[in-house]
Design a protein. Structure first.
Lengths: 321, 321
């Protein structure tokens, strides 16, 4: 099968690999659509030191084993493969499993391929009314909605989201759907416009009016985004950090200690709420799709995704012919 | 009156100043003992850009006006002077008042002097059984106990405190008194020994056994302390930052985002609980007193306080003769 592979020294290339064999408890999934995420691009800059098949956002169909009750089912999949036995798994934190694998990110092949294997326990069925083009956003939408696990938004209106990329827009949409007033600051008028149908008030960063916020979500993946968040956070407020990036951030300890500010890291989220939002069409992520490439043009797709102002780039991984 | 004064360009000198006049709602306090805090030393390195009479830890006696119901009362004083009218004061966060003054730290003269003025609203009476040598620790003990406002410790045993200076020891004592198991990591065997009577398990930092913690309090005021805290924090755990320092900390965003760690700034605390701990002798801070200088030797005292491994240095501010 064809796969987009990250080798040592971060070279990415298309590679013919044998179709993977599901182990006990696992299924074989034929990948339909896959999404390119900012984290995939960070891998190319050395983040995680990952080697293997790239990618973690996908929707697909279970293709084996023949004995599986999932056979033929359209699915999305939790990206963390956990042991179920370590102290963190037993505390109900399987996404933080001490020996976890993460598809396309850590010690396990990802989804930029015709097939992948996953434990059946990681599968979530996709409701029929959710098109592939929406279902492929389940994982990033779940990550966006994890903001609401990291901080209670009740009574903290308006909240500010910094960053108008895919993640920032998904976060702003999801927060707005929770009923609070959301401000979104970014750099691209065309991206900001996508938030307005959700009742989000949008600003170019340079035009953000004075004032502070009790909750700010940093989703720009840039140093300037965290600068803005820390400059605008109210005393005793919470900055949720959603984005990783390769550089170090020069944190002034007094910027946290004196105003007693909280800086809260947030990564993955639960698929259930995200799929409900998609099935009810309370969030329609399809306007984020910027361009779609066949897997055989995966290198072009990665290059395209790194362009300025590009939103979601999809890979169509269905085998041709 | 004599005062230890920080001028522009961070020169510190003894200065004769007129005795301050209490304004409406204020009292005049004759300072008894005052404590030198790490933050006072940071001011000398340019932190805050403060100019004026230094110092914020004190115990004293109300000396005016004659009409005050506080006259003759032994008191400690909340260091933040707030407006009572801004949005943060009205939200119950007067220590974060938008136009606050802070004695010896921000726009208001401090306590390294024979007298200071404070709003009567800032005063807290010292119970008779609390000696001056203990009462002078009310403010730093309140700051230490603010850790328990910043994070719930219930079920998060053991917790780790990093730093065996005054603040780290007060924090370790107060946390241990709350009934949880406390580990303390530091560099000075003699300091660590002061924590053992409270049932704290102590380690030289280099000997801290492997493992992670759900709560870590950074009280070392050093980059290496925060390095240790972030290396040892459990996924979804909380690092409480108690210390400011002049440098920037090179924060790896992934160190917060991937394990979903919380970094919580914490500054001042409530005097009531601290005075109760002192009055019941559940915490006796007097073993922290390293040396005592008269105010007239304030410069020597500041120099002494900067020595390696020095704990609390007190100034006796009672006018001589």
């Amino acid at each position: 099968m064809l796969a987009l592979y990250c080798g040592d020294e971060r070279q990415v290339f298309l590679k013919e690999l044998p179709r993977p064999e599901p182990k006990s408890g696992e299924v074989l999934i034929r990948v339909g659509l896959a999404g390119i995420c900012g984290t995939d691009l960070h891998i190319l800059q050395g983040y995680h030191g990952f080697q293997g098949v790239m990618g973690h956002e996908f929707v697909g169909v279970v293709a084996g084993p023949q004995s599986s009750s999932w056979l033929g089912q359209r699915v999305v999949g939790e990206i963390n493969v956990s042991c179920g036995r370590c102290d963190l798994c037993r505390r109900g934190l399987p996404r933080h499993c001490r020996i976890r694998q993460v598809i396309g990110l850590k010690n396990r092949d990802g989804v930029f391929a015709s097939y992948l294997t996953l434990p059946a326990a990681n599968l979530v069925a996709v409701p029929s009314q959710v098109e592939d083009e929406a279902a492929v956003f389940t994982e990033p939408l779940a990550a966006a909605m994890a903001v609401m696990e990291a901080v209670s938004l009740a009574g903290k209106s308006p909240a500010l989201v910094v960053g108008d990329g895919n993640l920032g827009l998904l976060i702003a949409w999801a927060m707005a759907r929770s009923g609070i007033e959301v401000h979104l600051a970014g750099h691209h008028g065309a991206h900001l416009a996508l938030a307005q149908p959700y009742g989000v008030t949008t600003f170019l960063e340079k035009d953000l009016p004075p004032g502070d916020y009790e909750v700010i979500v940093e989703a720009s993946g840039s140093r300037s985004g965290l600068d803005l968040a820390l400059a605008r956070i109210r005393p005793r407020g919470t900055v949720v950090m959603k984005s990783t990036y390769a550089d170090r951030y020069p944190l002034d300890p007094a910027a946290l200690v004196v105003p007693e500010v909280r800086l809260v890291g947030s990564r993955c989220g639960s698929f259930g709420p995200a799929l409900r939002m998609l099935a009810r069409r309370w969030i329609d992520p399809r306007p984020l799709i910027h361009r779609r490439f066949p897997l055989s043009q995966g290198l072009e797709a990665l290059a395209w995704a790194q362009g300025p102002g590009v939103l979601k780039v999809l890979l169509d991984c269905r085998e041709e012919g």
